[in-house]
Ligand binder design. Structure first.
Ligand code: AMP
Length: 224
């Protein structure tokens, strides 16, 4: 039996969305569609879109809607997403993006929208300490006062901050989330799609809370 499971995960940067979404998508057997990852891939490949998005991305500003929408709609039109569904991470970020998604895909664009709730006071130090290996992509957390550049424990590559994890860009991204998420969350709530999940705590516990939230709206999820 083919399951089409359409899940949207919302939450502040640094809430652990990337890790949790990857795990949840594997569990639900749906592709993990992260707009941030799609832009990073475009930038790494040196495409025109990657070039256009880079300035916004590095400053911690939202990339203009028209660039994001095409990218998302194209990705959701791929065979794997058509067959299984998807877990959207990092999209929609604004009410206009949410409305555009439902306009393009219809009322079945999402079965559930889960807000992974982690307060700013928790995510700020996490983002400042976040490091990523430029070679293997592994993420790690730097100890307080650690050097900005280090060696990857996994592959020996160079570990640095993400280009959009400068203090200024972090503050801009969190301010944008606070500004844009309110109307978007209310809109999902009005549609009866919103479930809030406490994102603070042990990652295994958070994973199970997320799974329960999805199950509350899709009782027969196609888990693997
Ligand atoms: P993320 O990895 O989700 O934190 O995304 C990194 C950056 O990608 C963001 O700061 C934006 O510049 C861009 N981006 C990702 N998703 C979106 C979106 N839905 N709308 C606009 N810009 C986005």
């Amino acid at each position: 039996m083919v399951h089409r499971t359409r899940v949207i995960i919302l939450g502040r940067q640094g809430a652990g969305k990337g890790t949790q979404c990857a795990r949840l998508a594997a569990r639900l057997a749906v592709p993990h569609v992260s707009t941030g990852d799609l832009f990073r891939a475009e930038a790494a490949e040196g495409t025109e879109l990657g070039r256009q998005a880079a300035a916004y991305f590095d400053a911690g500003s939202l990339v203009p809607d028209e660039l994001v929408l095409d990218l998302v709609v194209q990705r959701l039109d791929a065979d794997d997403a058509r067959a299984a569904g998807y877990l959207l991470d990092g999209f929609p970020r604004t009410l206009a993006q949410g409305q555009a998604l439902f306009e393009v895909l219809g009322d079945w664009a999402a079965d559930v929208a889960v807000e992974l709730d982690v307060p700013t006071s928790v995510v700020l130090p996490r983002l400042a300490a976040r490091r990523v290996c430029q070679d293997c992509g592994a993420t790690s957390r730097a100890a307080p006062g650690a050097a900005e550049v280090a060696t990857c424990e996994r592959c020996g590559g160079t570990v640095t901050r993400r280009t959009d994890d400068t203090d200024e860009a972090i503050h801009r991204r969190l301010a944008t989330y606070d500004q844009e998420s309110g109307p978007l969350l209310s809109w999902f709530d009005d549609k009866g799609l919103l479930v809030r999940v406490d994102g603070v705590g042990d990652p295994d516990d958070v994973h199970h809370r997320l799974l329960d939230a999805v199950r509350s709206r899709i009782p027969d999820i196609g888990e693997v």
